[in-house]
Design a protein around this ligand. Structure first.
Ligand code: NAD
Length: 290
């Protein structure tokens, strides 16, 4: 079995993106991302810091706005509206989860479409589903890019995805259908999960359950992509797939860590640059029509 090294592939992507950032800067556009963090969830703090670090690595400026967990929804939406109007900020994301008194859907939908680098706004999601979107969901886009850069053909393949969340399973299914795969999406109420998985040329697990994917679920020679991130009692980070099972059955597989995770961040950077390009085009149009 060959290992798909997500960390290495993400590094290559980031080095290409750094060149795009330089080009934008030469045109007078400084790509900038703002991250809103409400409250002090420790996992979210780690995520936003790693996003900021990745931005710095390739020359994107980033700003983390840390807000009180007691902030009122109206105040938060007003802040988002102000950032929406700020031409110097190209990407805006609200780190989830939000405290219970805030309506995540309303908050997320208030981000301007052209700054929605997480691809959570309904219109962007719709465009992505029909294969028309420029900005794509980060983790699914990361999975597709991993497959592409590992030379895995997608058209005509039988793909099984475990998980139907809004951030991974559903958008990933849409993207793979658009690339002409035959996709089965499984979830907690799916019957005969093992049998379904065992038919997959490409098996993708995004369930968040350590030890879920065992040997009998992997078709010999399949490509196995493990999106899951789980912490064991001993504090070790593992995926959903039993690694020794993948080693015995798969032809290619992603490890956890250093698999899909680094790709998610690389795709966030890519989306921020796409957003900066959209802003640059708008600016140009205005200057030409003046
Ligand atoms: P979620 O809890 O929103 O969704 C999990 C999905 O898996 C649900 O649809 C559920 O029905 C399904 N599922 C769970 N257990 C199952 C089982 N035993 N059998 C069949 N289906 C099952 O989670 P999410 O936000 O989609 O994240 C999923 C996992 O991926 C988590 O471990 C998360 O940490 C990880 N994740 C990783 C990245 C990354 O960058 N690598 C990004 C996002 C999420």
């Amino acid at each position: 079995m060959e290992i798909i090294n997500g960390k290495k592939i993400a590094k290559e992507i980031k080095s290409d993106l750094a060149k795009e950032v330089e080009q934008l800067k030469r045109l007078g556009v400084n790509p900038a991302l703002t991250v809103i963090l409400v409250g002090n969830d420790s996992a979210s703090e780690i995520y936003v810091r790693s996003k900021a670090k990745a931005c710095a690595e390739i020359g994107i400026s980033s700003n983390i706005l840390r807000l009180s967990k007691k902030i009122e929804q109206k105040e938060l939406i007003n802040l988002i509206s102000r950032i929406n109007q700020d031409a110097k900020i190209h990407g805006l994301l609200v780190q989830l989860p939000l405290p219970d008194h805030l309506d995540e859907d309303v908050v997320v939908q208030s981000v301007a479409l052209e700054k929605d680098v997480d691809c959570f706004c309904a219109e962007n999601v719709g465009r992505m589903f029909f294969g028309k979107g420029e900005i794509l969901s980060c983790t699914p886009a990361g999975v597709v890019e991993l497959l592409r850069r590992s030379g895995v053909g997608i058209a005509g393949k039988d793909v099984v995805i475990i998980g139907r969340s809004r951030v991974v399973g559903r958008p990933l299914a849409a993207m793979l259908i658009n690339l002409n795969a035959t996709v089965t999406v499984c979830h907690k109420q799916t019957k005969n999960l093992s049998e379904k998985c065992a038919q997959a040329d490409i098996l993708i697990s995004a369930a968040g359950q350590a030890g879920l994917v065992i040997e009998e679920m992997i078709k010999p020679g399949a490509v196995v992509i493990d999106v899951g991130i789980n912490r064991t009692k001993e504090g070790k980070v593992v995926g959903d797939v039993v690694w020794s099972a993948a080693e015995r059955r798969a032809s290619l597989a992603t490890p956890v860590p250093r698999g899909v995770g680094p790709m998610t961040i690389a795709m966030l950077l890519k989306n921020t640059i796409i957003a900066a390009n959209i802003a640059a085009k708008k600016l140009n149009k205005k200057q030409v029509t003046k």
